[in-house]
Design a protein around this ligand. Structure first.
Ligand code: SF4
Length: 235
């Protein structure tokens, strides 16, 4: 399929997937199935390069697949380094997306450090807008959401409708635990974000990410003090 599917078509695919996949289904099977539905050139894999598990699985299942990374202008240098290493080593087509405004232009328009005053608006401008614009070229996208990321993600499904964009959305790692992620990372000798070893169990933009204590909620270091859990790309 080369054209964008309508919502009814996507819902038919979601219903088909519900009968086809179960919590033990391999992530690569979900990726391949989705690519068969929409065409591999119409499937995008989203990553923030906190790790490279989904990107590696996608490279194995769908060589050359498009991988989207939003460079907000606020990423850790370690994350940018990991992105560059993945582009060199993994068999994917890496696309770096940029907000319309540079950080300096945003500072001029909104005042400096918008993230410290209105992180929802900052995320909307610097993450969600460029990502949504890029998704207009695709019919399906894959995210690395997992149920054990946080209680708020406990109901994440393997295959679902992206209701905001009427796209097929797959979460191939939905049922993987942190232990499975760690084991796959070690078995496959994956490229890793060095920040994880420093206690950053969830990695986002530098001003909005802090390391967390051993055993603490991995996402508690994100937007600390704002009661904010998500950037908005998934809602
Ligand atoms: S995570 Fe922080 S710096 Fe990054 S876009 Fe959101 S509010 Fe802005």
């Amino acid at each position: 399929m080369s054209q964008r599917p309508d919502r009814e078509q996507v819902l038919d695919w979601v219903a088909e997937a519900a009968g086809r996949f179960n919590p033990g289904s391999h992530p690569e099977d979900v990726l391949v199935w989705a690519a068969e539905k929409v065409g591999v050139r119409r499937l995008a894999v989203a990553t923030s390069f906190a790790d490279t598990v989904l990107t590696h699985l996608a490279a194995r299942a769908l060589p050359g697949v498009d991988v989207l990374f939003v460079d907000t202008g606020y990423h850790f240098v370690e994350t940018i380094g990991l992105r560059d290493a993945v582009a060199d080593v993994y068999d994917v087509t890496l696309r770096t997306l940029a907000p319309v405004a540079s950080v300096a232009e945003q500072d001029a328009a909104e005042g400096p450090e918008l993230y410290a005053r209105n992180p929802d608006k900052c995320c909307a401008l610097r993450k969600v807008a460029p990502f949504s614009a890029a998704l207009q070229e695709y019919s399906a996208w894959a995210s690395g959401l997992r149920r054990d990321d946080h209680n708020s993600r406990a109901d994440v499904e393997l295959v679902t409708l992206d209701p905001r964009r009427d796209l097929l959305k797959i979460n191939p790692l939905a049922h993987w635990t942190q232990e499975q992620v760690d084991a796959y990372t070690e078995e496959q000798s994956l490229l890793v974000n060095p920040l994880v070893e420093l206690g950053y169990r969830s990695v986002g933009c530098a001003p909005c990410t802090a390391p967390v204590a051993e055993g603490a909620d991995p996402r508690s270091g994100r937007w600390a003090g704002f009661g904010k859990l998500e950037c908005g790309m998934h809602s």
